[in-house]
Ligand binder design. Structure first.
Ligand code: BGC
Length: 778
């Protein structure tokens, strides 16, 4: 939605006064799917065409984005509340309501003033937290810890549900192999196997035991599908994907999310192979329902139906609505009055069969019954704050931040520092003490006041043993302003004199300190929607700041805060200790401080390959071999073609060995299994975590297959000297792939390589064969 907010110069919305309304406790047991469908059918039989089309429409509640009394910025639709539209049964769902009083107001209008008393679905972008902010998804993916991620999404769900929200437009599970694309921050990175694990974990976390679980919300994985492949990393640009890439790389996270029970799917904006994803029948019906077996309802991305006209695809909004609906869209999300209202005329003109309308309405009503909204549409406003204040939430956010940290470099064991060994500690950088860059909810309300910045975290950790001071040193700003910047207040740019002065202040601080913790990276508005880059170097004067601080001769530790892999030229080669914190959430500063001073041992691994420079993009580990594999690292004559940091890499304060793998069988027979075992040992002096990773490679077959593919991982915690056996089970699901000639899933018998290790460059090797005949697979 961010593109809608251009120029909005306003402060963050506050939750406003909470009007309490007596409400019975939430429905005890979820309504079964069968029961819900039967009730939906009975209700459907009573509905007029207009009422049905209303259920297919979701509208922005623009006023919910702004504090009370704010004036709609130019270019925005009016902030008029949707009372009239709700009263007239024109809407089935509303988005952005996050105040229980507003939620209850709309529900009261829906159930007391409409003929059929159908409650609304209230949706929201609960992406990496609601009020308690967790690290961004690229960070939580770095944890290689789906159980932690599931728990994090469960906390976010409980906070959202307490505010009256039923459904999130998350998880974002687009595979992203181009760090120029700003939305790489919202997903789990480049790998389909890791992406699928994180997708399923997030769906389980949001939805609990299933749709209707008290204290949980419906997950709406997005954006179906291929958005991450936008050309040049330019947000919204067309994507072109072969059938093989689509099935083998981009669809697996969606398949996993659907298998985990996701209730909703959001369609994408961009053209995929020249057909807009939001009106693409192959995607939304043949693949989504036919191949992946999705049973829930499909919503479009914001205003995507209107956009079909702008995209040069549909003639007008009627044509757009018909083509989106007939392609498989069930609900239109729109900022302005819904294009789908034209479906009333389209049905009357016999351009759309009533059967298709009924099918979409049935899906939406079914979910409302399953959520128990017909029994109780209201939220207990008085109870909301108790949920938001639950101290367990902050604790979970801290664990998540600690487990998401990736130690990228630690020459000469520069880290951890010893608390108190340095009496004066400088914490320098544009993000060092910026709550907005720590908690990052983009446009949405959050408990920024509770955010622990890196400076605050270190100050608290060193309380009484060292003096900690901070200064930004540089100011970072976008050349093209962020559409979201308005929501964060206008940035006042420094004058050249101030710029020089601030740099000097930072250098002076470094000089009088014993150690410098330097945060480098990007401001949060440099990532996410409409935040693509053509360059991956550190923005602004950060290299200058780094050089000036290094020139003081003081020890420097870099803490990276960023939403994408960066070009670390001039950083990686100069700084011995680099800790990747991403945007670490509400408790991020506390987590970073604990890692810097050795209370926790970083154990995350990067879920994306780091290019040396933007010219290597796209670069990812699972490429094909080519006819000349021996020169794979010399594809450019002006630079190495190997990446700076491989996928799956991350250091620790301790050391590990991972033993050569042993396989219980040499052949994977049809419908059989192979158990792969290895032993991981902590050979160092500290407790720590290692992520044992398993990769395979098919040597020959009906299609070239990637040089390596992740097919298993496990994060283990080991005391010094401790060993653990890690076992992976391989079956046909691990060796099947989508073959673009057969247009189906196949298994090719023959030889496979297998490696175990702690990154995509794992060396411990074994082989196995896949037995049987070339065959189709499911
Ligand atoms: C984004 C979606 C988001 C929606 C509603 C769109 O612009 O692409 O990811 O869920 O806005 O905020």
């Amino acid at each position: 939605m961010s593109h809608l907010l251009a120029g909005a110069a306003i402060a963050l919305a506050s939750a406003g006064p909470v009007l309490s309304r007596p409400a019975p406790p939430a429905a005890a047991a979820p309504v079964s799917e069968k029961d819900a469908e039967a009730r939906a059918d009975r209700l459907l039989a009573k509905m007029t065409l207009e009422e049905k089309v209303g259920q297919l429409s979701q509208r922005f509640d623009i006023a919910s984005l702004f504090p009370t009394g704010a004036v709609a910025p130019p270019g925005m639709p009016p902030m008029t509340p949707l009372d009239d539209n709700v009263r007239k049964a024109e809407l089935g769902a509303v988005l952005f309501v996050h105040d229980p009083a507003v939620a209850n107001k709309y529900q009261k209008l829906a159930v007391e003033q409409t003929r059929l008393k159908i409650p609304l679905l209230l949706g929201y972008d609960v992406i990496w937290g609601m009020r308690t902010m967790f690290p961004v998804p690229i960070a939580t993916a770095s944890s290689f810890d789906p159980a932690m991620v599931e728990q994090a999404r469960g906390v976010a769900a409980s906070e959202a549900r307490a505010l009256g929200i039923h459904w999130t437009f998350a998880p974002m599970i687009d595979i992203a192999r181009d760090p120029r694309w700003g939305r790489i921050v919202e997903g789990a990175g480049e790998d389909p196997y890791l992406g699928a694990a994180m997708a399923a974990a997030q769906v389980r976390g949001f939805q609990g035991a299933g749709i209707g679980t008290p204290g949980h919300i419906i997950a709406g994985p997005k954006h179906f599908v291929g958005y991450g492949a936008s050309m040049g990393g330019r947000d919204y640009d067309s994507a072109y994907l072969s059938d093989s890439e689509l099935h083998n790389v981009y669809l697996p996270p969606f398949a996993a999310a659907i298998d985990a029970g996701a209730g909703n799917i959001m369609s994408a904006y961009m053209d995929l192979n020249d057909v807009p994803a939001s009106a693409n029948r192959t995607l939304l019906t043949d693949i989504l329902r036919g191949e992946l077996g999705f049973k829930g309802w499909v919503v479009t991305d914001a205003s995507a139906v209107h956009n079909l006209v702008k995209q040069g695809f549909a003639e007008d909004k009627t044509d757009a609505s018909i083509r989106a609906l007939m392609a498989g869209v069930d609900m239109e999300m729109s900022m302005s009055p819904n294009a789908f209202s034209t479906l009333v005329g389209a049905v009357r003109a016999s351009k759309v069969p009533m059967k298709r309308i009924d099918e979409a309405v049935r899906r939406i009503l079914t979910v409302k019954y399953r959520l128990g909204l017909f029994e109780n549409p209201y939220v207990d406003a008085a109870a909301a704050q108790r949920v938001l204040d639950d101290p367990a939430h902050a604790a979970a956010a801290q664990v998540a931040a600690e487990r998401s940290l990736v130690l990228l470099r630690n020459e000469g064991n520069a880290l951890p520092l010893v608390a108190g060994a340095q009496k004066r500690v400088a914490v320098i950088g544009a993000m060092a003490d910026s709550p907005g860059d720590t908690t990052v909810s983009l446009a949405f309300p959050q408990d920024a006041a509770k955010a622990v910045t890196i400076f605050k975290g270190i100050s608290e950790r060193l309380n009484g043993v060292a003096t900690v001071e901070t200064t930004p040193g540089v100011q970072l700003s976008r050349l093209v302003p962020s559409p979201l910047a308005g929501l964060r207040g206008p940035a006042k740019l420094w004058t050249p004199a101030q710029t020089a002065d601030e740099l000097k202040k930072a250098v002076d601080l470094a000089r009088r300190s014993d150690v410098v913790i330097l945060t480098l990276g990007e401001k949060i508005e440099m990532s996410s929607e409409q935040a693509s880059r053509s360059d991956l170097t550190l923005p602004g004067d950060q290299r200058k700041l780094l050089d000036a601080v290094l020139a003081t001769g003081k020890p420097v530790v870099v803490v990276l805060m960023n939403g994408r892999p960066l070009d670390l030229t001039g950083v990686y080669d100069k700084v011995p200790a680099i800790l990747e914190a991403w945007y670490p959430g509400s408790r991020g500063g506390a987590a970073v401080a604990r890692a810097l001073f050795g209370d926790v041992n970083p154990g995350g691994k990067t879920p994306v390959t780091w290019p040396r420079s933007v010219g290597q993009v796209p670069t990812y580990y699972a490429r094909n071999l080519t006819h000349n594999p021996d020169t794979a690292d010399k594809r450019y004559w002006d630079a190495p073609s190997t990446p700076l940091i491989p996928f799956g890499f991350g250091l620790s304060y301790t050391s590990f060995t991972i033993a050569p793998p042993t396989l219980d069988k040499a052949e994977l027979a049809p419908a059989g299994r192979i158990v792969v075992s290895t032993t991981v040992t902590n050979t160092g002096k500290r407790a720590g975590d290692e992520v044992v990773q398993l990769y395979i490679h098919q040597r020959a077959g009906r299609q070239s297959r990637p040089i390596r593919l992740l097919q298993g991982f496990e994060r283990v915690t080991l005391a010094p000297g401790e060993s653990r056996q890690v076992r992976f089970t391989l079956d046909e699901a691990n060796v099947r792939y989508w073959n673009s000639v057969e247009r189906g899933w196949v298994i090719d018998p023959g030889a496979f390589d297998l490696w175990v290790g702690n990154s995509s460059t794992a060396q411990a090797h074994a082989t196995f064969t896949v037995g049987g005949k070339p065959r189709a697979a499911r």
